[in-house]
Write a protein of this length. Structure first.
Length: 202
């Protein structure tokens, strides 16, 4: 009975106090305390709890988008070629490279993520605005970039039926070379500091 009360109180307190810092570690601690309950007939209640907490994290808040911004006096074709080198080095496939339109998109091959139970695809997207294809000392193009991971769910027929996206900025873990190799490469090519704009998507 104590284990059931613990689950209910934890979940209730989590809902009425959304500002309380609840981490993944907290959830694992809760599960370890409820080990006896899970072993002795409480499996369904534990599954319901994890299901509702997952829904809260995935759908309870809007997606925060981080936009990388910098200026660059490098020719767009050269910029995209050099960025593509770093992308390919990190396992990305170039899906679109249009220097005339100022657009470059690269993504990884979908990979199953055992933690989320979904397919994971990493993206880098670049847009160059107010540019010309001639180099000059006074030429300054605005470069906008996005780094994100999309988690995609599929049905039994293999068709996509939903998912979520997470955008990344310089708070990304230092070991994530797929982000840092490309991000530092962009800064070195353009020789200008990168600024971030944060937006919330519904």
């Amino acid at each position: 009975m104590q284990n059931i009360d613990f689950l209910h109180l934890f979940f209730f307190d989590f809902l009425i106090s959304p500002s309380s810092p609840v981490s993944i570690a907290d959830i694992f601690v809760m599960i370890s305390f409820s080990k006896i309950k899970i072993l002795f007939g409480g499996m369904m209640r534990a599954i319901y709890f994890v299901f509702f907490v997952t829904l809260f994290f995935v759908y309870g808040c809007g997606t925060t988008m981080y936009q990388l911004n910098t200026t660059c006096n490098t020719d767009v074709t050269q910029l995209f070629n050099e960025i593509s080198f770093f992308l390919v080095e990190e396992g990305f496939v170039i899906k679109q490279n249009d220097s005339k339109a100022g657009y470059l998109q690269a993504e990884t091959i979908p990979k199953y993520n055992i933690w989320s139970g979904q397919n994971e695809v990493r993206y880098w997207i670049f847009q160059v605005k107010n540019f010309s294809n001639t180099e000059g000392t006074n030429k300054k193009d605005n470069v906008v970039a996005y780094a994100k991971i999309a988690y995609i769910s599929t049905n039994v027929f293999g068709a996509s039926n939903g998912g979520s996206e997470i955008y990344y900025n310089d708070r990304t873990h230092k070991d994530w070379s797929w982000y840092w190799t490309v991000r530092r490469g962009l800064e070195n090519i353009c020789k200008n500091q990168i600024r971030f704009i944060e937006k919330t998507l519904n």
